[in-house]
Write a protein that binds this ligand. Structure first.
Ligand SMILES: [Zn+2]
Length: 140
């Protein structure tokens, strides 16, 4: 099946360019190029043979090998084989989590800082807490 470039971009962006099964980085420009580095296919989370649709929420980027190996088995099963429980996050989603972690970390940190050293301690604690929150953010 052929996909419009725009749709391919959307599917690729859904997982920020990572295979949704093994979480390996894919190369957008190598779509369908068998044997190329980061080559990938559009994978139907629910196989078409089992009634899956071409709707965006059923489409994911996957390595060609993952796609073939998965066949008609469950997405959950295929991911579990690679030690994964979910699809990689999109850029937007990661950004959101990062912001939440940073804000959460900063709040906790400044609370600790205030307890130790008043306003200056609060500021320093906030910075440290924010940094900790950020570094806890998922990479994919
Ligand atoms: Zn893969």
């Amino acid at each position: 099946m052929r996909y419009e470039n725009e749709k391919l971009n959307q599917i690729y962006a859904k997982t920020d360019g990572y295979c949704h099964i093994c979480h390996k980085k894919l190369a957008l420009s190598n779509y369908g190029v068998n044997g190329a580095k980061g080559s990938w296919h559009v994978e139907h989370s629910k196989p078409k043979a089992k009634g899956g649709t071409d709707h965006m929420n059923n489409l994911y980027a996957a390595c060609i090998s993952c796609n073939i190996e998965k066949g008609t088995s469950h997405t959950k099963t295929a991911r579990a084989k690679n030690g994964n429980t979910r699809a990689p996050y999109s850029k937007e989603k990661k950004q959101k989590i990062k912001t939440n972690n940073t804000v959460g970390g900063a709040t906790i940190g400044s609370g600790i800082g205030w307890a130790i050293g008043g306003p200056v301690g609060g500021l320093v604690g906030g910075l440290i807490g924010g940094a900790i929150g950020s570094s806890n953010s998922p990479k994919k």
